[in-house]
Write a protein of this length. Structure first.
Length: 373
């Protein structure tokens, strides 16, 4: 799958820019603050239906523009078919209300149906938080990965989050004698149901990512550094023989504790995973450059899983991936990624890559304009 055409209209610092893209490497070079990340944000928004940087639609619409018309649109080619995807953003100046709309091949569709039509794997600076950040960052990484491929997972996750809020409320109310254990049982049944779907799916998918990431990592480092990924689920010791009944009995065992704490103490909202290099936890012991390499391996591992599951390579969107890497590693990364069908790669200057570029593959990004050579 690859994007052949892309348009940004009143999105971030872009007024109206249209570019034509080719397969292979597309290289976007420009100084700081010119719009490189904004462009990749727009591309990724067509994949996951929202920005990876903000939940505010308002921040995405170009400041001080008089039109109400803001959108990003991509034409993608997949096998012999053409996908036409738009994310339309609207700000009503009188009421200050914002809306989002999704168009697929000319028809309105829901956000859930939109997600994952375009397969993009993004790497950007904040992704280092998957390694060094808190567990919520790692859960988010897994959730986006799975949701792009499995909408029933996304629905279970959305239900789970609502159920969790309600269940926590009831736990607090029981403590204050405003609610009953019968009420709690109602929510426990629901949390077990969706929780087990999420747990199983995360275990299966993380395993796939693990296998691929280990392979990519050994390709990138080419020495004896060995990577390992371990799932740390909240439902520990369950393995694959997990049953709804066993999870339910776990909740029953700790209900007194949960009432005392006034919150749900176990479940996928407490899942985590850990990454090791040579048996040492990478969040604690890896250097910046190593963390970057591990994160990149994880993202490329994810891309390989999507390729296998969907029988089609996702688009790689790599924001400033080469900085902080030494020259040898930069070259190894470039060699490795060049096999993908389409790569969108940004950098502040062209010295970073010593790679044989065709002129047509280079795009200059300057104050909200993308100029094709
Ligand atoms: P760097 O090399 O530093 O990462 P970049 O090229 O990736 O730079 P971007 O993050 O894409 O830069 O663009 C940042 C610019 O976009 C900033 O100057 C910011 O003020 C501007 N910007 C962000 N949101 C909007 C908006 N809604 N309207 C207009 N400009 C915006
Ligand atoms: Mg940037």
């Amino acid at each position: 799958m690859y994007l052949s055409k892309f348009q940004l209209k009143n999105f971030r610092n872009y007024s109206d820019s249209t570019i034509e893209l080719g397969t292979g490497l597309n290289y976007f070079v420009g100084e700081n603050g010119q719009g490189k990340s904004n462009f990749l944000e727009a591309v990724y928004a067509l994949s996951i239906g929202k920005s990876f940087r903000t939940s505010s639609i308002r921040s995405l619409i170009k400041f001080d523009n008089n039109s109400t018309d803001s959108f990003v649109r991509g034409i993608a080619n997949q096998d012999n078919s053409v996908l036409d995807l738009s994310l339309i953003l609207n700000l009503d100046k009188d009421s200050s209300r914002t809306t989002k709309k999704y168009l697929f091949n000319g028809s309105d569709i829901s956000s859930i149906d939109f997600i994952g039509k375009l397969n993009v794997v993004l790497f950007e600076a904040r992704d280092l938080n998957i390694i060094i950040g808190n567990p919520a960052e790692r859960r988010k990484f897994l959730d986006i990965h799975i949701s792009q491929q499995d909408h029933s997972y996304l629905r279970a996750l959305q239900r789970y989050n609502k159920v969790l809020t309600s269940r926590n409320k009831v736990l607090k109310e029981i403590k204050l004698r405003k609610s009953t254990r019968i009420e709690l049982e109602f929510w426990t049944e629901k949390i077990v149901e969706d929780g087990s779907i999420i747990f199983k799916e995360r275990m299966k998918r993380l395993n796939q990512i693990r296998d691929e990431t280990i392979k990519v990592f050994s390709n990138l480092v080419r020495n004896d550094e060995r990577l390992e990924i371990s799932f740390r689920p909240s439902f520990r010791d369950f393995g694959t023989d997990i049953t709804i009944e066993r999870i339910h009995s776990l909740y029953n065992q700790i209900s007194d504790k949960e009432i005392a704490a006034g919150t749900t103490l176990i479940g996928p909202h407490r899942d985590d995973f850990e990454i090791f290099v040579n048996n040492k936890s990478s969040s604690e012991f890896s250097s910046r450059g190593q963390i970057r390499t591990i994160t990149l391996a994880l993202k490329l591992g994810e891309a390989n899983v999507i390729s296998k599951n969907k029988n089609q390579a996702p688009i790689l969107a790599l924001d400033d991936v080469l900085s902080e890497l030494d020259e040898r590693r930069r070259k190894t990364v470039m060699d490795y990624i060049s096999d993908y069908e389409q790569i969108l790669l940004t950098a502040p200057n062209s010295d970073l890559i010593n790679y044989d570029l065709k002129k047509s593959d280079v795009f200059k990004v300057h104050s909200g304009n993308i100029i094709q050579n």
